[in-house]
Design a protein around this ligand. Sequence first.
Ligand code: HEM
Length: 334
Amino acid sequence: MWKRTHKASLISCTILFSSGENWKVMRRFTLSTLRDYGMGKKTIEDKITEEAECLVQVFQSYGGEYLQFQIRPNFMVKNSVVILYNSFPFLVGLLPGSHKKLVENFSHFRNFITATFTKQRNELDVNNQRSLIDTFLAKQQEGNPESSLYYHDENLTALVFNLFSAGMETTSTTLRWGLLLMMKYPDIRKVQDEIERVIGTTQPKLEHRKQMPYTDAVIHESLRYVDIGTTVIPVLSSSLRYKAYFEKPYEFFPEHFLDSEGNFKKNDAFIPFSIGKRSCAGEKLARMELFLFFTTLLQRFTYKAPPGAVLDPTPAPGSLNGPLPYEICAISRA
Ligand code: HEM
């Protein structure tokens, strides 16, 4: 994992997991443990739904007032710093500049992770594992050569750190883009029509997805169009903007993923999660989250920008290609 993840986690990671056997063992552990805890399966669906509901409540608490979506300061660091950090992590901490705060924040986060797993270690019941951390700690206690070679505290810290930085900001940035695009382009109506037709006012479920080609196409097109992590991985960018595969590569055009009859159409050049052995370890989880959050947010609210606001789709400078800060009004549809 780890060395070449998203730009976000590029900043965060150490050379620990750069490649080789250590990376292989950690990747295998992560994939199988996330699968066991329900990634890509129904068991995790309820948890995601619960989180989407929390976000709905936050939107509701604004009572139709404008709220501002900002970029988290940690992700405003320049790409050049990211690249430098990737090669010489210790050097970045020594250089003057605002990224010093970032290095400080990472250090707090690492301490928080260590405190969390130390507490979990004290409470550990190997027969009743509650989380990925418990499963890691149980491996640590097996007492075989693998335990001391790979399942040590340093790897646990890096693993949790990387999962958070690779998993959180990517998905939430894609959602922030999704809402901006829905305000900018009138497609919101078509998505909401489809939601009304297929889901109505019931709870959005993953099983609805196959009956919702338009919404699915909009989510795919958002991932393609915003291209959040690819300044560092240019080959993804060129694929996502490949004229031979996408009729209007530089436009937001959900029809890229629809056939002439409006059915969802796959596209081989769509690789926002990368491909091959370094591809995204959380792809299934991210896809579930995006569908459930996106449909819930559009089922419950219609979105409006302040009068005269320019909805600029230029990515903000920073470590992820996030949208520039913008104001949004969530109007309840109930
Ligand atoms: C919209 C959401 C997401 C996008 C667009 C995305 C994209 C990517 C891409 C392009 C890579 C490959 C980077 C490379 O080639 O070095 C990657 C790697 C990775 N992603 Fe994601 N990701 C997303 C969400 C997540 C989530 C939710 C998780 C975990 C919970 C996650 C965990 C990881 C990990 C651990 C890696 C490193 C894999 C390795 O090097 O073995 N990602 N992601």
